[in-house]
Ligand binder design. Sequence first.
Ligand code: ZN
Length: 274
Amino acid sequence: MSDRPAKKDSAETPRAQRIYKEAGGHLEARELTKEAMNDRAKAVVLLSGGMDSCVSTAIARERQGVSNIALLHASYGQLTEQRERRAFDDIANFYGVGQRLAVELDHFRAIGGSALTDKSISVPENELGAPGPRGSAIPVTYVPFRNAHFLSVAVSWAEAIGAGAIYIGAVAEDSSGYPDCRPEYYRVFQELIRAGTRPETQIEIVTPVITLKKSAIIRRGIELGAPLHLTWSCYQNEDTACGACDSCLLRLRAFAEAGVPDPLPYRRTVSAGQ
Ligand SMILES: [Zn+2]
């Protein structure tokens, strides 16, 4: 896991030498296969349609080039899945990215256990960090182990198309405190990719905004000309953002801290300090 894709092995590196050895000395063929398997410039970018993933897409585009990014969207039976899908399409169209994959992980609706996927659990309003089930410190909007499902799809696609990086817009500190947004989670997942893919496959998880404050993410997005006006953050409304759920509160606070107006209209806005 890093905030930048690592340089891939050259023929001189220990990994390449090991591949050479494992291949019984057929270096040329093996190296050709290896080159064919991975394109260091190509990246799969997870784009939910929210602000953090939009800015991560802008960063990936800047680093990799627009023709090298492949955009992945996963809906998961969440309350706002149609609106988020629209945000994905709008942002992908804005950048003119042709290589796209949208998957539907409907099993999350059947699994439930989160205010985002279970209609019997209400989305907390006007209370950042409201406790989760059974007094858990993790908010009830946490979707159990969701990001592993997203990453698994991303790794499968990246390996199939020979991409060398996966960008994900997880934010660790200035966020809701979901356990699958912590740097440690991505470090461990990186090991899983190494253990669970072809030996010649090299895919680096890139988390370009994980340590940034939300206001810094907005500023970075503005610097890069990211289409923040096309993003969607509200957890519960698909027409006009509610202005009261955790995601709206975090977004509004971040825009206030960044000193720029949020381009989205809200049903109502609460004080930015909440
Ligand atoms: Zn909202």
